[in-house]
Design a protein around this ligand. Structure first.
Ligand code: EPU
Length: 326
């Protein structure tokens, strides 16, 4: 999006993060902390300060059965995955190439190919920017759920995530996902091979945000009642769906969009990505109104045809901060 902010500040230390926060507070300016900015849609020019978190560092501790990594929140997630593989620590490979930083990985509870951050997270450290105190949230206090955590709703003003504790089992076991089963090399599987396969799939299916503007999946996969799912499953064959622990059914939003058959829908320069229908793309200089209009059209049509509401996964930012839309 072609938008501006009053100022963009890159912070490399906790102290500079606190300093810039004090300036924002004293001058009554809105602020937003971003990692890579890969899951946000700026709707208009931002009237505050964008703080880009570049607080980096990885500390490794050895425990009896695990390696415990203390990773500062400004590390790029994919760099962490590559680093662990280089160190011979296996377990993050299914989450290769997920865009964003380590801090946002925790806020979002990123997930792909059978693994979610919550499965490997030990704790999340947040700092109170007012008094510099660090509060540790053990994993079970983080309220992790599908693409969500306590940090999505709370602790977003005056607090920042500064580090995430990642637990890596010494006794590595591959996490097998459907497209991996198709791999002929399954017998000789290794973490490196999974890493390569995941990278290949993602590169093939998902557009590179540096080349084609997008924020990954625009909507979440809806979680619906068994009764509602039954209706769809009985009308269509091969509906990708996943049974949840509470009996609800997660259904593929990309499939719903594909089944609707939007036929080359394009609003201004906003379009649906052909190879993965859950991704909305900026073909060239699209504005946020075009993206929102496209998203609303998709939402309305899916609701009408399947009686299913698609909840956005992307965060919307207006001139003063995050807002709830759609
Ligand atoms: N499908 C279609 N049409 C499409 C794309 C997919 O029918 O255009 C069907 C396929 O049959 C496939 C199924 O939908 O079996 C699932 O598709 P895919 O494996 O691409 O996963 P997804 O459910 O669409 C989720 C995450 C992705 C993550 C992948 C891989 C969400 C909202 N998205 O997508 O995460 O990479 O699984 O595990 O949960 C993101 O969050 O930004 C993101 C890209």
């Amino acid at each position: 999006m072609d938008v501006t902010a009053k100022k963009i500040v890159f912070v490399k230390t906790i102290q500079s993060l606190i300093n810039i926060w004090k300036i924002c507070k004293l001058s009554n300016l809105p602020y937003i902390i971003l990692g890579e900015g890969s899951n946000v849609l700026f709707l208009e020019n931002y009237e505050g300060i964008v703080i880009v978190n570049r607080i980096k560092g990885i500390k490794i501790q050895e425990r009896q059965n695990i390696w415990l990594l203390h990773v500062f929140s400004g590390e790029k997630w994919h760099d962490l995955v590559k680093y662990t593989l280089r160190m011979g620590l296996f377990g993050l490979e299914n989450l290769a190439l997920v865009p964003g930083s380590v801090g946002s990985a925790a806020i979002q509870n990123i997930g792909a190919y059978g693994l979610e951050l919550k499965n490997i997270c030990e704790y999340v450290d947040i700092i109170s920017l007012d008094n510099g105190k660090i509060i540790r949230f053990k994993k079970n206090l983080c309220n992790f759920s599908y693409r969500s955590s306590i940090f999505k709703k709370k602790y977003n003003y005056g607090y920042a995530i500064i580090a995430v504790g990642i637990k890596i089992q010494k006794n590595w076991k591959p996490i097998i996902f459907p497209s991996l089963l198709k791999s002929k090399k399954l017998l000789k599987i290794s973490a490196y091979k999974i890493f390569n396969i995941v990278c290949q799939i993602r590169k093939k299916k998902l557009p590179n945000p540096k080349k084609l503007g997008n924020a990954g999946s625009f909507f979440k996969n809806p979680i619906i009642t068994f009764k509602k799912a039954e209706k769809i499953l009985s009308s269509y064959i091969n509906v990708p769906h996943y049974i949840q622990y509470n009996g609800f059914i997660k259904i593929s939003a990309a499939w719903l969009i594909e089944k609707y058959n939007f036929k080359n829908i394009q609003i201004g320069n906003a379009a649906i990505y052909k190879k993965q229908k859950l991704i909305l793309i900026n073909l060239k200089n699209a504005n946020s109104k075009e993206i929102l209009k496209l998203a609303k059209t998709i939402q309305k049509c899916i609701l009408k045809k399947f009686e299913i509401y698609l909840e956005p996964e992307v965060d919307f930012i207006n001139s003063s901060g995050k807002i709830k839309l759609l």
